[in-house]
Design a protein around this ligand. Structure first.
Ligand code: C5P
Length: 401
């Protein structure tokens, strides 16, 4: 009974593989899960609601309103779910999912969901191979959805190839493993987390700016990890090529330190945790030239003035907020990090040294040390997603003290 108490919402769409879902529903129940089934209108031609209702021990729904005139609350159904499994997922439903078309109950539930979504496509081999399907699968994965790939074998059309829906045992096993994996720790449920990320660009004139090499990767990885753990995340990022994967992240893009400052303090009073991973420019040009500055003479001088220190101001204003800062140092790393912890009134600081290869800007990996008032911990070099998990594990443990 490995899925004991887990609430699984199964969306069955109109493909021939739908006939396997009676077995899948029964399997989930045997594993101890609570199951609700939603059909797309086309799925009703392939399976009967009555059978699925008996097997799932719940009413099976397909319309936004029932024949009795009651409204099927899609938001409630979405919030009820610990996981949504779309199986079989037809090319049509897959396309609706990635484009946000919302013309039936299944889609309305899917679009209201905050939980992990599993997709088990099933279609004929040419449809499965089609560039639009490949692109839609990729997009769904970019949303953070988990693909249960179609398998190769005999297809309903009589052809042989890739496109068969994964077998029911495989569907159940994938969902079971997900819940079992150490990744799935909902230890930040309901927490409001604000994260700054990326560089800032400080305009000199309409075409030039002062910036730095920060990629934003660490901040985006932290946002994704916090969202995965159930947090509501506000990610305020300077110019970065990174894209958001997964739900529950409100991304606000800014350019300069002053804009970042303004956005941060729009939200600061209502949040539980702030992580300042942005590489904020310390200085900005005093005047921004209205026109492109012309080449004139062998040298030029730009007068710079200090930018607001966003994190330090958070430290001054903090009440209940748990504050995490970053220190990227090139010398006397530990002393500088500890000094910042005090000066900015932080609860925790993450140090990465530019001297470590594989750490710092633009890399996909990082090597960190964490300091609090009374503790320190060193971590080996890891991908930034794993570093994000280490940082949040440490922070959650500190907050619980
Ligand atoms: O003082 P220093 O810039 O080295 O401190 C780094 C930490 O302070 C980082 O967490 C960074 O995001 C934050 N910071 C900030 N606003 C600034 C400068 C730094 O939030 N103007």
């Amino acid at each position: 009974m490995n899925l004991e108490g887990k609430r699984i919402l199964i969306i069955i769409t109109g493909g021939i593989a739908a006939y396997k879902m009676n077995t899948a529903v029964r399997g989930f129940i045997k594993e101890g899960a609570e199951v609700k089934v939603i059909l797309t209108p086309a799925a009703k031609d392939f399976v009967t609601p009555l059978t699925l209702s008996v097997l799932s021990r719940n009413e099976v729904l397909w319309d936004l309103s029932s024949s009795s005139g009651t409204w099927n609350n899609h938001v409630e159904l979405a919030l009820w779910s610990d996981a949504i499994l779309v199986a079989p997922c037809t090319a049509n439903t897959l396309s609706k999912m990635v484009h946000g078309a919302c013309d039936n109950l299944a889609m309305a539930v899917y679009m209201s969901a905050k939980c992990p979504v599993f997709i088990a496509p099933a279609m004929d081999l040419d449809m499965y191979r089609h560039p639009s399907t490949r692109q839609n699968i990729q997009r769904a994965q970019d949303f953070g959805h988990i693909l249960i790939p179609a398998e190769e074998g005999e297809l309903a059309s009589g052809l042989h190839g890739e496109g068969r829906m994964a077998e029911p045992e495989h569907l159940i096993e994938t969902v079971r493993q997900y819940f079992e994996s150490k990744d799935f720790i909902k230890n930040m449920a309901g927490k409001k987390v604000l994260i700054t990320a990326g560089p800032t660009y400080e305009a000199i004139d309409p075409v030039r700016f002062i910036g730095n090499h920060s990629s934003g990767k660490m901040g985006f990885a932290l946002a994704e990890e916090a969202a995965k753990r159930g947090a509501d995340v506000i990610l305020i990022s300077g110019p970065s090529h990174e894209k958001i994967k997964g739900n529950h992240i409100q991304l606000i893009r800014v350019t300069s330190a002053k804009e970042m400052f303004q956005e941060v303090f729009r939200y600061f009073s209502g949040i539980d945790m702030a992580i300042a991973s942005a590489a904020v420019a310390d200085y900005a040009p005093k005047e921004v030239a209205a026109e492109k500055i012309k080449k004139d003479g062998d040298s030029m001088t730009i007068e710079l003035v200090k930018n607001p220190d966003i994190l330090k101001t958070m430290g001054e204003q903090k009440k209940k907020q748990f504050l995490i800062g970053f220190a990227l140092e090139t010398q006397n790393e530990e002393a500088h990090a500890k000094e910042k912890l005090h000066r900015k009134n932080l609860d925790m600081i993450v140090l990465n040294s530019l001297r470590d290869s594989g750490a710092g800007f633009q890399t996909d990996t990082n090597r960190i040390r964490i300091f609090t008032e009374s503790q320190e911990k060193e971590f080996p070099i890891k991908p930034k997603s794993a570093v994000a998990a280490d940082i949040l594990d440490f922070a959650v443990a500190q907050m619980a003290k």
